[in-house]
Design a protein around this ligand. Sequence first.
Ligand SMILES: Nc1nc2c(ncn2[C@@H]2O[C@H](COP(=O)(O)OP(=O)(O)OP(=O)(O)O)[C@@H](O)[C@H]2O)c(=O)[nH]1
Ligand SMILES: [Mg+2]
Length: 445
Amino acid sequence: MVNDVSDWPNVSIEDTEEQRAQAKKISDEIDDAIQRERRAKEEKRPPRKVLLLGPSQSGKSTLLKNFHLLFAPKSFHAEAEAWRAVIHLNLAQSVNFILDNLSTPNTISPGNKLFLRQDAGPDVGQLRIRLSPLRQVEISLNQCLTVEHEATPRRPISLYNNILRTEGTSKSSIRGGSAWKALAKSQTLHSSIKSELQKTRSILDACRDDIVSLWSDPAVREQLKKQGTTLEDSSVFFLDNAFRVAARDYIPTADDILRARLETIGVEEHRIVMETADAGEEWIFYDIEGSRGQRVASWVPYFDDVHAIIFLVSMADFDQSLPDDPQVNRFADSFTLWKTVCENKLIAQTPVMLLLNKADLLQEKLSAGIFFAQFVKEFGDQPNDLKSVSKYFKTLFMAAHDIHSPKERRLFVQTTCAIDTQAMSLVLREVKEVILVAMLKGNMI
Ligand SMILES: Nc1nc2c(ncn2[C@@H]2O[C@H](COP(=O)(O)OP(=O)(O)OP(=O)(O)O)[C@@H](O)[C@H]2O)c(=O)[nH]1
Ligand SMILES: [Mg+2]
């Protein structure tokens, strides 16, 4: 038995209290850390997931670009280098396409005039020779944008079916996760690709006066018109801006990027980390190919997992048929597709937003004297103006939604022009709010 305090272990009462205080401090710190971690976990909400649906060329990828520009401008502009390559490809292909369409069989030998002309405009035969390096530009850019760094064969890009509205031969394609994405993150670029891109820029710069001469030649326009060759809107835009776009020091503007056309192939997943509002939050967009054979079956796997669906329709396609089925009118096709989406049980509870897009092109067509009722008989004798036609779209699509949806669901509808960044910023802020409110109501966040 120990009676003498001197035999006790060398621990004073003060020391024990100090130790206790120390232990409590450590314990409190641990508790705080656990709390902080828990709060951080709660604050780090899961990403918002949005599915973009609609027929081909309705503007799905353009809407996504707008969202990117508005909420993550730094990372949007960081992709400018890759977009420059796409825009240059657009331009080179448009020029090559025009030259191909101006030529008549057996007139390919150098110096041959493409057609006889009475005025003193530029010699198209000479232009054709001077612009021949653009063939190589097209091939090189095609490779840079589609060939993965591993040796997987890729479908080549051809924007021809986008350039020529009346024909549909091959597809323009950039695949999700392909070289296009690597190009968008230019710091990962192989030096050979960098030098190839430099070369194409030099060639375009050397050709720019000739591109302008070709495109501004009234006889060339007349010839294309006579043949019924109609250029796509985005091709016309880049040809109109060729002097600026082909310049050596060209940097794409946001407007240029919105106009650049790349057909989506399959499903592309885009992750956008917000910079301007709700900084740090992540939004995931599934941008889905809208061409026919790739539809609902490939969309269904995403239905389960998304917080909202944005469906886009082009209001300006009413006078066109599908490239792969000339019997089917594009307006009718969009409507059928819309009904299929509405009636799907898997998304009965998912908020759906309908954007009636390309209001500007619709306006242009109606002003040019194209009658909506000629293609959509049910429109009857209503005024052939933007207000009446867009109201018709809205009423028809809303009614179909209400009839075909398995459960009652609120529908957000808006007419849009996806190349108008200012107007789109208002629409997208609203779209974002609608999605967040719907998620809150459904306890999805
Ligand atoms: N004038 C005009 N052009 C638009 C509008 N919206 C999109 N575009 C253009 O239309 C073309 C097609 O748009 P995309 O966004 O690529 O269409 P998409 O729905 O993604 O098409 P897929 O990828 O084939 O399914 C692009 O050149 C866009 O710049 C619009 O409101 N007005
Ligand atoms: Mg697309």
